[in-house]
Design a protein around this ligand. Structure first.
Ligand code: ZN
Length: 190
């Protein structure tokens, strides 16, 4: 099971919650203490780093009064429906109660992740401009830069850049990165 989860994990086998550290543990999304029979449900098994699994989430599984899960489920939910990333501060904000609980339970705004995302933002903007220039020059190395960007930790930063609303993009990434963002969207989607 672990080998299969590793093959599905992003980039260099990153944790499916923080996307920063290596996924080392199998986390039961709904804790077995709460639902023992879910040990037989494939979708209840996710690859997590030991910090997210053992220090952050542990056995937390908040539910609403009707019993519906109040955590963003990576196997079914689009995190963008519940969470938004403030690229310059590196912090997550939320649209919904599910987003709010997810930030708290997984510690998504813990200092090491916030610092990593801030650095990843500036590196991603630089790499996007580099990719754009290489592509314009017809240099095949452009594809290698794109692959490295898509496989990089904190790929949520890259997704957030390429999904910025047109009216906001220039303010956040700066005018000189806008042409690269536009071309990335046309090649790889937002
Ligand atoms: Zn993690």
């Amino acid at each position: 099971m672990k080998t299969l989860l590793e093959s599905m994990a992003h980039g260099a086998v990153r944790c499916m919650y923080c996307d920063d550290s290596r996924g080392t543990d199998i986390d039961h999304f709904q804790p077995l203490a709460m639902a023992p029979l879910r040990v037989f449900v494939w979708d209840n098994h996710l690859l997590a780093c030991s910090f997210c699994n053992s220090n952050a989430k542990r056995d937390e599984f908040p539910v609403d009064p009707e019993g519906a899960c109040l955590l963003v489920d990576p196997t079914t939910d689009d995190p963008a429906d519940h969470l938004f990333l403030m690229l310059r501060s590196g912090e997550y904000g939320y649209h919904t109660a599910k987003g709010e609980h997810t930030i708290r339970v997984f510690g998504l705004n813990r200092p090491d992740l916030v610092m990593g995302r801030k650095d990843a933002f500036f590196l991603a903007c630089s790499a996007l401009r580099d990719w754009h220039r290489l592509r314009q020059e017809g240099d095949p190395e452009a594809d290698r830069v794109a692959q490295a960007l898509r496989d990089s930790p904190f790929v949520d930063v890259v997704h957030s850049i390429t999904r910025l609303a047109p009216g906001l993009a220039a303010t956040v990434v700066g005018e000189r990165t806008i042409p690269a963002v536009g071309q990335w969207r046309s090649v790889y989607g937002g």
